[in-house]
Design a protein around this ligand. Structure first.
Ligand code: SF4
Length: 345
């Protein structure tokens, strides 16, 4: 079979565990979605993941704690105060959150994410997190997906047992959101100082984002020492400013997932995609989120009755993709820290 030899050279380099550079990643992002090279790209990313992650997939359960107008006004998020989708504050009672966490644990979740809008009081978050921690097995990792914070709060998160945070610099950050890029990175650095692992993802990908923007975030995640990266496509929530820009196909997302997988190389312990989808699981992704409670991609307050998948369904699609499901704590929350890498190598 004839293949573009420039592409083949880059794929061979990645499979030989040599870091690929920004220009090479951009070349891969230019691959035609209906070409043979696209399947070769997915094959290379898939091979790296099966090799590095011992063919194991992970599922986190994310619990959204509140639905409320959020002052950060991210262009893609149903909670943005200016979008007028959620007009009142609803905070889920601790009992419901614990019940959801215990169900996730029983179903085999490898870790629990606790997610809030940027307006959720930090002290209250700590109280809820302590209650969840006491309710689940001691080695089930907790991950915080919350607003930006400083070093004092990072210390507090670490002291009550948070192993990781999900914190990304999102596409169009600071322009389509009210959150400066610098502030997002300062939060990540504060967490790292306290030994908290960083979960990062190229998101939320829409048709308007250029290959350069996507590749920049891949390398930023690598530079920041993320324990996993990956890619999530944007959902067009009606009423959000970004909705009119449309969405991309799963196959298009798979290209970004695969290129990101090759960029991250042997520095990561997993590779995510969201929402769960088979093309990306065959292009290097091995990590999924189940979701209950609130969800920035949903206009319903209980996403488990709408967009959110449960843990069992996430495990099923991992198996469909030929992965075994990890039993026990997520390595992406507990694994040893990844090597520090130079940006733009
Ligand atoms: S993504 Fe987070 S910070 Fe942005 S508007 Fe939604 S809840 Fe607020």
């Amino acid at each position: 079979m004839k293949l573009n030899q420039d592409i083949v050279k880059i794929l061979d380099k990645a499979l030989d565990e040599q870091p690929i550079g920004r220009e090479e990643a951009l070349t891969l992002m230019g691959i035609d979605l209906l070409s043979r090279e696209m399947y070769s790209l997915c094959a290379a990313a898939n091979e790296l993941s099966r090799r590095h992650f011992e063919n194991l997939g992970e599922v986190y359960l994310q619990i959204g704690l509140d639905s409320a107008p959020c002052p950060s006004n991210c262009e893609f998020c149903s909670f943005g105060a200016n979008h007028g989708i959620f007009k009142e504050v609803i905070e889920y009672p601790i009992e419901n959150i614990i019940q959801a966490a215990k169900l996730g644990e029983d179903q085999g979740a490898n870790g629990i994410y606790l997610m809030t809008t940027a307006r959720y009081p930090f002290d209250k978050f700590i109280k809820v997190a302590k209650a969840v921690k006491e309710a689940v097995l001691p080695d089930l990792p907790l991950v915080a997906n919350i607003a930006d914070f400083n070093i004092d709060r990072a210390k507090e998160l670490a002291s009550i047992g948070f192993k990781a945070i999900y914190h990304a610099v999102r596409l169009n950050e600071g322009r389509g959101t009210k959150l400066p890029v610098k502030q997002r990175i300062q939060t990540i650095e504060a967490a790292k100082k306290e030994g908290i692992k960083i979960h990062f993802c190229v998101e939320p990908v829409g048709p308007e984002h250029t290959p350069g923007e996507l590749v920049d975030l891949m390398f930023l995640g690598k530079e920041l020492g993320a324990t996993f990266s990956g890619a999530m496509r944007r959902v067009c929530v009606p009423g959000t400013p970004a909705a009119e820009k449309g969405t991309i196909t799963w196959w298009n997302l798979a290209r970004t997932v695969a290129v990101c997988r090759l960029v991250m190389g042997n520095t990561v312990l997993g590779h995510c995609t969201h929402e769960p989808n088979l093309p990306s699981l065959l292009a290097g992704a091995n990590l999924l989120w189940a979701e209950v409670g609130t969800n920035p991609r949903d206009d319903k307050p209980n996403t488990e009755a709408s967009r959110g998948w449960d843990v069992l369904r996430c495990q099923e699609i991992l198996v469909e993709a030929g992965y075994e499901v990890r039993s026990g704590p997520a390595i992406t929350a507990l694994g040893s820290s990844v090597q520090e890498l130079e940006y733009n190598q």
